[in-house]
Design a protein around this ligand. Structure first.
Ligand SMILES: [Fe+2]
Length: 274
C-alpha cells in the first residue's frame, strides 16, 4: 500500500513538473511574441517562472510526505491492533490449556522461518504466519476435560478433537479480516498421503500454507511437554519429521527444513518463545 502511494506521489510530482515546464515555457514564449519581454527582459521572466515552479514543487513534495507519514501511522496503528487481537486469542487458548500455552506464537514463528526460507513473497510469509498463529483456534470449542486429559483419548474423545480444524475455519470464515486464513486452518491436520483430516486431501491439493503449518506444528508439539508425555529435543523432532516426509508431511517442506541455514535457524529458535 505504502509503495503504491509512493509511486502515485512520484507520478503526481512528475506530472506537475512536466505541466509546469510546459506552462512556464508557453508563457515565456507568449511574452516574447507579444513583446512584453522587450519591456521587462526575457531571462528575468523565465527565472521567475522557474523559481515559482521549484517552490511549489517543494511544497507539493512536503505535503505528499506528510500525507504518507499520516497513512503509515494509521496503517501501523491498525496493524498493531490487529496483531494484538491475534495474540489475545493465543493467550486465551493458553488459559484453557497450559500445555499448549504459547504454541500458536511458536508455530507462527517457525512457520515464518520455513516460509521465508522456501522463498515465498514477503506478504505471503506474513499471511501464512498469521494463519499459523490461529491454526488451533477451533480448540476453544473442545471441552476442557478432553483438551487437558493426561491419559490417551478414547476414540469418541479423539473424534471431538478432530473437529477443531473445521471449527476454527468456520469461525475465521465469519470474520471478514481473517477469512483468507480459513483454508490453511481447516487443512493443517491433512497428511500428504491423504490419510489426514478433516477432508483427507492429498499432496498439493492441500494448501501450501497448511503443509508448512503442519511441519511447524509438529516441530513444536514434538519438542514440548504434554500432559501425557515429555517432549523430545529439537534435533530429534526434526529427525522424526524427516522420517515422515511423503507420508505425513510435504517432502518439499521437509527438504527445506533439512537445509543447513533453516535447520540451524529452527534449532536456535526452539525454546525462544515460552
Ligand atoms: Fe491442530
Amino acid at each position: 500500500m505504502l509503495q503504491r502511494l509512493q509511486r502515485r506521489d512520484r507520478y503526481a510530482l512528475l506530472l506537475y513538473a512536466f505541466s509546469g515546464v510546459v506552462i512556464v515555457v508557453a508563457g515565456e514564449a507568449a511574452a516574447f511574441y507579444l513583446g512584453i519581454a522587450d519591456r521587462h527582459g526575457f531571462i528575468p521572466l523565465l527565472l521567475r517562472g522557474i523559481v515559482y515552479l521549484l517552490l511549489t514543487m517543494a511544497l507539493w513534495a512536503a505535503l505528499l510526505r506528510a500525507n504518507r507519514r499520516l497513512v503509515t501511522g494509521l496503517m501501523n496503528e491498525k496493524r498493531q491492533g490487529y496483531e494484538s487481537v491475534l495474540l489475545a486469542y493465543d493467550s486465551a487458548l493458553s488459559l484453557k490449556d497450559v500445555y499448549t500455552g504459547g504454541h500458536g506464537r511458536r508455530v507462527a514463528h517457525y512457520t515464518r522461518l520455513i516460509a521465508g526460507a522456501m522463498g515465498l513473497p514477503e506478504a505471503e510469509v506474513d499471511s501464512v504466519s498469521e494463519a499459523a498463529l490461529l491454526h488451533d483456534l477451533g480448540k476453544i470449542g473442545i471441552p476442557d476435560h478432553i483438551l487437558t486429559k493426561p491419559e490417551h483419548l478414547t476414540s469418541e474423545e479423539f473424534a471431538v478433537v478432530q473437529k477443531h480444524p473445521a471449527a476454527g475455519a468456520d469461525i475465521l470464515r465469519s470474520i471478514p479480516q481473517l477469512r483468507r486464513h480459513a483454508m490453511a486452518v481447516r487443512h493443517h491436520h491433512e497428511r500428504f498421503d491423504g490419510r489426514g483430516y478433516p477432508d483427507g486431501l492429498r499432496g498439493t491439493d492441500i494448501p501450501l500454507a497448511a503443509r508448512i503449518i503442519a511441519v511447524a506444528d509438529a516441530f513444536d508439539a514434538l519438542g514440548s511437554n504434554r500432559s501425557y508425555r515429555r517432549g523430545v529435543s529439537a534435533d530429534q523432532a526434526l529427525n522424526i519429521i524427516a522420517q515422515a516426509a511423503g507420508s505425513r508431511f510435504d517432502p518439499e517442506v521437509v527438504a527445506a527444513i533439512a537445509r543447513k541455514p533453516l535447520r540451524e535457524a529452527l534449532l536456535a529458535a526452539h525454546g525462544e518463545i515460552p
